[in-house]
Design a protein around this ligand. Structure first.
Ligand code: FES
Ligand code: FES
Length: 171
């Protein structure tokens, strides 16, 4: 008989108990347990990045390589939790404006990858963006627009932080 156990997992601020088996992936719990299908299933071997979510330490996590049981008592953010009441997150907005979304299958993973990078490294330069996106595959955009969008998101987040610190720019 397969051993089952309850774990407590907080996803996008929603704390729930879910039953898991030892081999169940975080990806399975998010999609099948929580119904959050924005996190995509791709290679399931860590090679494409479409399953990326953000862990409670702010880092990007490949949910296809992470066992659900390891997340007992912890929290994750998925693409469904990124936009706020005021609208899209600056990373999402930049993706839209810079044409970084085509078929969209990779988009949640790419947005989570860039968001995780910028949350931890707000002044990420082009090399850091390239490195963060190195493990993510997009078959449609060729990554150029994705990287442009990520660089634009850095500028916008920096401008927003400055405005918060010093008030809106005059002129
Ligand atoms: S599905 Fe997780 S890296 Fe491809
Ligand atoms: S937009 Fe289609 S795979 Fe990236």
């Amino acid at each position: 008989m397969t051993h089952r156990q309850f774990i407590t997992l907080t996803v996008n601020g929603d704390r729930r108990e879910v039953v898991v088996t030892p081999e169940m992936l975080l990806l399975d719990v998010l999609r099948d347990g929580f119904g959050l299908t924005g996190t995509k299933r791709g290679c399931t071997s860590g090679a494409c990045g479409v399953c990326t979510v953000q862990g409670d330490d702010g880092r990007a996590v490949l949910s296809c390589l992470s066992l659900a049981i390891q997340w007992d008592g912890r929290s994750v953010t998925t693409i469904e939790g990124v936009a706020g009441p005021e609208g899209l997150h600056p990373v999402q907005q930049a993706f839209l404006e810079f044409g970084a979304v085509q078929c969209g299958y990779c988009t949640p993973g790419l947005v989570m990858t860039v968001k995780a990078l910028l949350d931890r490294t707000p002044a990420a330069d082009a090399a850091a963006i390239d490195e963060a996106l190195a493990g993510a595959i997009c078959r449609c955009t060729g990554h150029i627009k994705v990287k442009e969008a990520a660089r634009q998101a850095v500028l916008r987040l920096q401008a927003a932080a400055q405005e918060q610190a010093h008030g809106p720019a005059q002129g």
